[in-house]
Design a protein. Structure first.
Length: 272
């Protein structure tokens, strides 16, 4: 992907972060640290949540349709699909139909392979993500001499969504995720876990408690933020007011997340 010409971008043109729900906040946190003055629009497809249990065809059609509408409405300088499931399924299609630069989110298998000492890596994701051929390709390219164990943990998506709404989450949710990996052959030697869903870093402390000492967690948020910063390196940013969050679902669902968004300077909440 080529860097967009600085002269072609308005200073107030936003970066659009898209996710099925609140998972993209883990990316937004890293992006704010690198680009504090960047105008941001956060798009949450709450009407489509969760993605992980949907078919590939349904996800591809939904993501490309929504991003097409929002690209026309908001004219973003760059779109980040801050969702592993949507990226592994729809990224190629979206890049074909939109002229806007697109940054996707992929499981952090490459850095995990560099970190592991035992040679056994756990991967937690949605059911849709862990079955994708793209994950097979990442494993073959960057971890051919490692044992990569995959486990679908859809409960963690709901846990992150609940946690940010102030709803209590049962500790067993995190125990089940850890046990799902540990129970696999070689699972007792896992020392590195890839959080292959942007929701999961939001509950990383709970997962660390469930896995116990000696396990490191890695996700792609910091790498995504660096990629966005690189692609917009020579551009000017001008924030004219609070950031905007939009949702495909009921506005009251988004408003329950007002405190979480406000922590990142997003105070204007609206429905698409």
């Amino acid at each position: 992907m080529n860097r967009t010409s600085a002269r072609a971008v308005r200073p107030d043109a936003p970066i659009l972060l898209f996710d099925s729900g609140v998972g993209g906040l883990s990316v937004l946190a890293e992006l704010r640290a690198l680009l504090p003055d960047a105008p941001i629009i956060y798009a949450a497809d709450l009407a489509g949540l969760p993605y992980g249990e949907k078919s590939e065809a349904e996800i591809a059609a939904r993501v490309s349709g929504l991003l097409g509408r929002m690209a026309e409405r908001f004219a973003p300088r760059l779109i980040c699909i801050a969702c592993n499931t949507a990226s592994t399924i729809a990224l190629g299609m979206v890049r074909e139909v939109l002229n806007t630069p697109i940054v996707g989110t992929v499981p952090a298998i490459r850095p995990a392979a560099a970190l592991t000492r035992s040679g056994v890596i756990g991967l937690l994701g949605t059911a849709a993500t862990i079955r994708q051929a793209y994950v097979d390709e990442l494993e073959a390219a960057f971890a051919p001499d490692k044992l990569l164990l995959r486990h679908a943990a859809p409960e963690l998506v709901a846990a992150a969504e609940s946690r940010l709404r102030g709803i209590p989450v049962e500790r067993d949710v995190f125990r089940r995720a850890a046990e799902g990996l540990r129970a696999m052959p070689g699972g007792d030697r896992i020392d590195t876990v890839v959080l292959a869903c942007t929701h999961f870093p939001l509950v990383a402390t709970d997962l660390a408690d469930a896995f116990g000492a000696g396990v490191r967690f890695i996700d792609g948020a910091s790498g995504i933020a660096r990629r966005i910063a690189d692609l917009t390196r020579d551009q000017q940013f001008a924030r004219s007011g609070p950031g905007l969050a939009v949702t495909s679902g009921p506005l009251d669902e988004l408003e329950r997340l007002a405190e979480a968004f406000a922590a990142y300077g997003i105070e204007d909440l609206t429905a698409l």
